[in-house]
Design a protein around this ligand. Sequence first.
Ligand SMILES: NC(=O)c1ccc[n+]([C@@H]2O[C@H](COP(=O)([O-])OP(=O)(O)OC[C@H]3O[C@@H](n4cnc5c(N)ncnc54)[C@H](OP(=O)(O)O)[C@@H]3O)[C@@H](O)[C@H]2O)c1
Length: 250
Amino acid sequence: MTAQPTILVLGGSGRTGRHVLAQLLARGASVRAIVRSAARLPAELTGHPGVQVIEADLLSLSDEELRRHLAGCQAVVSCLGHTVSFQGVYGSPRDLVEQAVVRIARAAKVLRPSPPLRLVLMSTVSVNAPARADSRRAGFERALLWAIRAALPPAGDNQRAADFLCQAIGTADPHLEWVVVRPDTLIEGEVTRYTLHPALISSLFKPDNSRMANVAHFMCELACEPGPWEEWKGRLPVIVDDLTDTAGAV
Ligand SMILES: NC(=O)c1ccc[n+]([C@@H]2O[C@H](COP(=O)([O-])OP(=O)(O)OC[C@H]3O[C@@H](n4cnc5c(N)ncnc54)[C@H](OP(=O)(O)O)[C@@H]3O)[C@@H](O)[C@H]2O)c1
């Protein structure tokens, strides 16, 4: 790992976000976490000397405040997602993930970090890669996803966020680089072996499993290490558990 990077975590109070916080701290990273309520974080995380908890509504922060929290960070890891409730699905913000990504990009443009800021965005296999790069996704699945996005407002949020990174930021931005991490069905469990794929490998109707601990592990690797970052930046890797792993350790 490079010397003690500082990483900004969004959505750290969520199911996957907590794994990310714990794993970053275990790696010795210095962590800033913007959460709506510090009370939703485990005490061992809030009391850790390596973490600075910023209690704030991310989308209500001014641009200047966000830049202050971002200054000096090597990477941002976002595990933001809509709460599974009526309010979370049909209330505002319907564009939580998209807005967060756009705001990070805007902040990076002003801060002009060198090397560019890394943005690791937790997404989902329901997100399509651009230019139909996911040859595994048949026309029927695309149509079904289109209908789901029309019926459930937040369902399109992850897609719009990914589209913004692919199209508006691209792969030659001098201030921001990104990886859109696409897990399949999230499940509990400790870190095990997992596999990474440049495109979809399974149908929506025959999903794979992705342990949240494994997703967190890959996102921490991306945020902290040079090798994985160089390999995956500007791409939308799919991460699934390695079913051949019987030892249960990476
Ligand atoms: N469920 C699955 O099987 C699955 C599969 C693949 C990918 N994904 C995607 O993975 C991502 C993370 O999933 P998860 O289950 O780990 O998430 P989660 O447990 O639902 O956590 C969501 C996080 O987002 C925060 N958040 C929600 N609304 C917010 C708002 N308005 N302003 C600021 N923060 C807000 C939550 O904060 P609070 O604690 O304050 O509510 C929490 O920290 C999501 O984008 C999801 O779509 C899910």
